[in-house]
Write a protein that binds this ligand. Structure first.
Ligand code: MF3
Ligand code: CO
Ligand code: CO
Length: 267
């Protein structure tokens, strides 16, 4: 047996500065999305807003034409797990929607998403949304030099399954930088003490997709839209993070509370 040096990039100080810039811009656009969510808005209108806001910042929407994706943002409503394509669908009171924003700026990517409440959520919608929000927070709390990738997945899986939810396995977080999707793959379930050892200067996303029912998903005919196989609700939050000397820096952090999402103190 032989071992290969890990192919995970360590960013230079200059690259870290650029990742901070693009991360901040992506976080700002996601914040602005929170202000426009309301019953009656279409996912196409959200797409147009994100497209215009991204260009206004001097950035490009990375999803547009990425591997043939037709729009500038992913909008995933209710049982859609991820990669929902914006269209004429009007949001209804009681829906939940994940909006996943990725900016490309000065050659670097910033990737962040949140689930928003449209009007007042059902108990189930609130639960899966708050469990996914907390899952991301617990995953990020594991990030430090010397920690292992499996520590992140284990923390998320233990919490989410303990809340009687399930963790999607078919989609993972990812290294990010000049490439939108790079090594390593960041699984949201797994075993503590296993997998790649994290090093200062790595940048990757954590983006747990949490389902009310079973973790299995299927991809629709459009070859993008992933839905829960059992039709139950799914929610997701995503940040781009940097491994620092003693923990994590959230590159896509937002200055204030996210409207239509960060509205409960507990659940
Ligand atoms: N932003 C998604 C992620 O978190 C990827 C979307 S790929 C696209 O990795 F083509 F659908 F935009
Ligand atoms: Co991502
Ligand atoms: Co994303």
């Amino acid at each position: 047996m032989h071992f290969r040096r890990s192919s995970v990039e360590i960013k230079t100080q200059r690259e870290i500065e650029l990742m901070r810039e693009v991360g901040r811009l992506a976080g700002e656009t996601l914040s602005a999305v929170g202000d426009i969510i309301r019953p009656g808005i279409t996912t196409d209108e959200i797409n147009e807003f994100v497209h215009a806001d991204t260009l206004r910042k001097g950035a490009e929407p990375a999803p547009l034409n990425y591997l043939g994706f037709p729009k500038s943002v992913c909008t995933s409503v209710n049982e859609i797990v991820c990669h929902g394509i914006p269209g004429p669908q009007k949001l209804l009171a009681g829906d939940i929607i994940n909006v996943d924003v990725t900016h490309l700026y000065k050659g670097y990517h910033g990737d962040t998403s949140a689930t928003f409440y449209v009007g007042t959520p059902s108990a189930e919608a609130r639960k899966v949304t708050e469990v996914s929000r907390k899952s991301l927070e617990l995953g990020i709390a594991q990030v430090a030099p010397g920690a292992r990738l499996g520590d992140i997945g284990a923390a998320i899986q233990e919490f989410a399954e303990g809340q009687n939810c399930s963790v999607v396995r078919d989609f993972v977080g990812h290294g990010i930088g000049r490439k939108f999707h790079d090594e390593p793959k960041v699984s949201h379930y797994g075993k503590a003490g296993t997998g790649l050892r994290l090093k200062e200067g790595m940048t990757f996303t954590i983006e747990p997709m949490i389902n009310v029912g079973h973790w299995e998903v299927k991809v629709l005919e459009d070859e993008w839209t992933a839905v829960t196989l059992d039709g139950t609700l799914s929610a997701q939050f995503e940040h781009t993070v940097l491994v620092t000397g003693d923990g994590a820096e959230i590159l896509t952090a937002r200055p204030g509370k996210l409207k239509n999402s960060e509205i409960f103190d507990d659940y």
